[in-house]
Design a protein around this ligand. Structure first.
Ligand code: 5GP
Length: 215
């Protein structure tokens, strides 16, 4: 019998939506789901391990890989380059495991255009006020840095229109249960109910008029 091929699940969100916490909890709870290891030119943060959290490479090396068409998608974010290797992704999928790609929204749009097998999940903040509060309490960023992030978030959030699923990240447990619901439905191949429950319309209904431009 041929082995089931894994599914690439892309999770994207505007900065400040809590994507990293959600993705970490998803992978921790699910032995059939692995985190895709991206290449980046960013310097490692404390505790980050090369080959585990990222493949840390120089800009020259990254550009070389890009020229060799190694990346399924890549993007610049905050002055650094980030990319997903097609070969690494396909190797995991061929082993039958599902892969979680935690990436920013430009990269997600490239995957949407290139891979029919990918399923895209967008995380939304519960409100603009809450997103601003999260961006402000994140660190010691100056007001103009927070303003710039909010401007970027307002642009990034428009990408929700291209996604298969949208989940409002208000309460972590609820978010995890919703994303598990999506993963289960996609694995079973029976998605009609999940597409209604966790579709964009349902999320926008919950968010109210402040997000009407996303319909
Ligand atoms: P950080 O530097 O905080 O780890 O990541 C910055 C942003 O880059 C986050 O939104 C993260 O999800 C995104 N990112 C990480 N890896 C990739 C990748 O391979 N491709 C793209 N497009 N974005 C990525």
């Amino acid at each position: 019998m041929s082995r089931r091929r894994g599914i690439p699940f892309v999770v994207a969100a505007p900065s400040g939506t809590g994507k990293t916490t959600v993705c970490r909890a998803l992978v921790d709870a699910d032995p059939e789901l692995v985190h895709s290891v991206s290449h980046t030119t960013r310097a490692p943060r404390q505790g980050e391990i090369d080959g585990v959290h990222y493949h840390f490479v120089s800009e020259k090396a990254f550009r070389g890989l890009e020229e060799q068409d190694v990346f399924l998608e890549w993007a610049e974010y905050g002055g650094n380059l980030y990319g997903t290797s097609s070969r690494e992704l396909d190797a995991s999928l061929a082993r039958g495991v599902d892969v979680l790609l935690e990436i920013e929204v430009q990269g997600a749009a490239q995957i949407r255009a290139r891979r029919d097998d990918a399923r895209l999940i967008f995380l939304l903040p519960p409100s603009w006020e809450e997103l601003e509060r999260r961006l402000r309490t994140r660190g010691t960023d100056a007001d103009e840095v927070v303003e710039r992030r909010l401007t970027i978030a307002r642009r990034e959030i428009l990408a929700v229109r291209e996604f298969d699923y949208a989940v409002v990240n208000d309460d972590l447990e609820e978010t995890l249960s919703a994303v598990h619901g999506v993963l289960d439905a996609e694995r079973r191949g029976d998605t009609a109910d999940a597409r209604t429950r966790y579709g964009r319309e349902a999320a926008l209904e919950r968010l109210g008029p402040g997000f009407d431009n996303l319909r």
